[in-house]
Design a protein around this ligand. Sequence first.
Ligand code: ATP
Length: 289
Amino acid sequence: MYTSEKAPAKINLTLDVLYKRPDQYHEVEMVMTTVDLADRIELFLLESGQIKVESDSRFIPNDERNLAYRAAKLLKERFLIKKGVIIKIDKQIPVAAGLAGGSSDAAATLRGLNRLWNLNLTMDELAVIGSEIGSDVSFCVYNSTAIAKGRGEKITELPPPPQCWVVLAKPSQGVSTQSVYQSLRLDQLDHPDTGGMIMAIKNADYQGICTRLKNVLETVTLPKNPEVQQIKSQMLRSGADAVLMSGSGPTVYGLVKHESRAIRIYNSLRGFCEDVHIVRMLGAQQTLD
Ligand code: ATP
């Protein structure tokens, strides 16, 4: 028995940090959407009861540290499942990039095993289980556009944004999410207009979305990683309508209405940035004027 799932990347349209909680987590408020750059997860039923991860990416662990492995282990223990699974991961999403690749692999594993192991859980139930694996896993269970609050695990779905092109570029120098949050100066933040972003999405107002892109973690990552600012500037020079760093970075994205402009930005970045992708937002239906 076999099943497969796509595990798409997410980008932040906003990322706000409100305060540090007594449990040491940061209380966040983020508007995120899903793009069509995806890993592929294949799940093969194992009668033996073992959980195995196989991947040819040299950037991710193939053992119990893999988030997809942790997702399978959690379901197996919680629902006393006797069978096992081989999880094959075809990695397309850049790793440690601010695109939630690991979280999306975990979420896809939850969705796939829900079928393979006949668990009959709802998406909401899977999202609650996913929050035990990582803060972004709940969002990734739905693969939609949503507001994420709490540690990122309290999800309220939104309609998809109006259709546009997204150019993603990952600088070579990586970023540690933990160190970004540790260096964040909460008293000096210029907060995003989250309410305005939500209204702009509901009104399919592309310009309103562009003017409200904001990520408070840029205040930490930009000064430490000059390539992030260089890529943002290059995207704007090449005609991006708006640019932002996703998550804790370092991936930067630019929004444009027309494919020809996306290709122009893509070409202008090749040469000094290796990892560049032209993608679309998932579920976006409305046509632009
Ligand atoms: P987020 O935006 O949720 O902070 P990210 O995009 O910055 O995530 P990931 O690509 O999810 O980062 O990887 C973060 C870490 O998780 C890496 O150090 C990686 O080794 C580990 N990891 C474990 N399992 C996976 C997986 N299946 N795919 C990617 N990374 C994984």
